[in-house]
Design a protein around this ligand. Structure first.
Ligand code: NAD
Ligand code: DAU
Length: 336
């Protein structure tokens, strides 16, 4: 099996590359990543010189480059992780979200269309379904109702993937996963940001009343689900992925403070995110029943493991939290 992975130097992509190279020795990977602020070759330390791993710095919007990689490496599967992935950034400026998430996906589809690609797997998100009230879960048949510029761009990409399946017979799958956490997550996202701040005795900025709910999944379990979809599913199907771990943000932040033995007085309620989705919850029974996948790590295990990872990898954290990140943090939080 020869897979083109895009965005494989980012958080989930790098965890996927590591998992595949560790657990599936007969697979070759070509890893195409633009190395934006979120892409980091340190996420692939120890894996860059593996003989079955080729890293290419480049843009998924470059259709000629993608075609060249598909031909030169006889690629039979594509897994598209590459994206602008942070909701807060999409509220401030939108163009890069349309470029990478929509046009970039379209470029990959165009390159894949005329080649005999066994499977095109689009890594999407539960955010395309919008927000839930206190009850219920998103199923694969839920209405697509994206609320943020980020989720609107991801939903648009999903529609293009489906349309290429319908119009050109492209064999595709779309996965829609809930919130991931774990090693190598950039500290703009809630869990690593709160761990980082708590480690440095800085205030933990909780948006609004802190009662928004997210359904957390340890990143390794997202990766095994993607592998199951890539290798066991029927083409043309959408699969929800989630771990049934609904938590309020306040609960997660309190747990982080307890684990790091820091006081609750570090919690600072700040102005809410505009259009903030209230609750996500995923019904992943189709993925579990059809593909035999299930999460292997509970939230209680995963969060302890994650906090420990950040404590053990202070250099990684210091490197990513320097330079541009400081400007981003200042711009986003100083007057909030
Ligand atoms: P991330 O921001 O950590 O990584 C994105 C990667 O894509 C980076 O390495 C970046 O350099 C690369 N990239 C960006 N633009 C590119 C371009 N034009 N060409 C090539 N590479 C480019 O994101 P993540 O959290 O790892 O998310 C990966 C995917 O999973 C995204 O598609 C996201 O929508 C989806 N997703 C994320 C979560 C989550 O909780 N993080 C949950 C569900 C789905
Ligand atoms: O559900 C899947 C999605 O999860 C992915 O598609 C996105 O790529 C990923 O970023 C994530 O989106 P969220 O907006 O849910 O994640 P984030 O970590 O930014 O925020 C989680 C919750 O924490 C959300 O309710 C907002 C809140 N929050 C976030 C930050 C960064 C805070 O209260 N304070 C913060 O500083």
């Amino acid at each position: 099996m020869k897979i083109l992975v895009t965005g494989g130097a980012g958080f989930i992509g790098a965890n996927f590359v590591r998992m595949v190279l560790d657990e599936h020795k007969d697979v070759s990977l070509v890893n195409l990543d633009k190395l934006t602020y979120a892409g980091n070759l340190e996420n692939l330390t120890g894996y860059l010189d593996r003989p079955n791993h080729t890293f290419v710095k480049g843009d998924i919007c470059d259709v000629d480059l993608v075609k060249k990689l598909l031909d030169e490496h006889s690629i039979d599967r594509i897994v598209n992780f590459a994206a602008e992935s942070h909701v807060d950034r999409s509220i401030i400026s939108h163009a890069e979200f349309v470029r990478t998430n929509v046009e970039g996906t379209l470029s990959l589809l165009q390159a894949a269309r005329d080649r005999n690609i066994e499977r095109f797997l689009q890594v999407s998100t539960d955010e395309v379904y919008g927000s839930l009230g206190p009850q219920g879960q998103f199923t694969e048949n839920s209405v697509i109702e994206p609320n943020s510029p980020y989720s609107a761009s991801k939903a648009s990409a999903d529609h293009f993937v489906r349309a290429f399946g319908h119009t050109f017979g492209l064999r595709y799958n779309i996965t829609r996963c809930s919130n991931n956490y774990g090693p190598y997550q950039f500290p703009e996202k809630m869990i690593p940001l709160m761990i980082h701040n708590a480690m440095h005795d800085k205030p933990l900025p909780v948006y609004g009343d802190g009662l928004n709910v997210r359904d957390w999944l340890y990143v390794y379990d997202h990766c095994t689900a993607i592998w199951a979809v890539l290798t066991k599913s029927r083409p043309g199907e959408v699969y929800n992925i989630g771990g049934c771990n609904e938590k309020t943000n306040l609960d997660v932040v309190s747990l982080i403070l307890d684990q790091l033995k820091k006081p609750k007085s570090l919690i600072s309620f700040v102005k809410d995110r505009p259009g903030h989705d209230r609750r996500y919850a995923i019904d992943a029974s189709k993925t579990m029943n059809q593909l035999g996948w299930k999460p292997s790590i509970t939230f209680e295990q995963g969060i302890v493991r994650t906090i420990q990872w950040y404590c053990d990898n202070r250099d990684w954290l210091a490197n990513v939290a320097s330079g541009d990140y400081k400007h981003y943090y200042e711009m986003m939080y100083s007057r909030r």
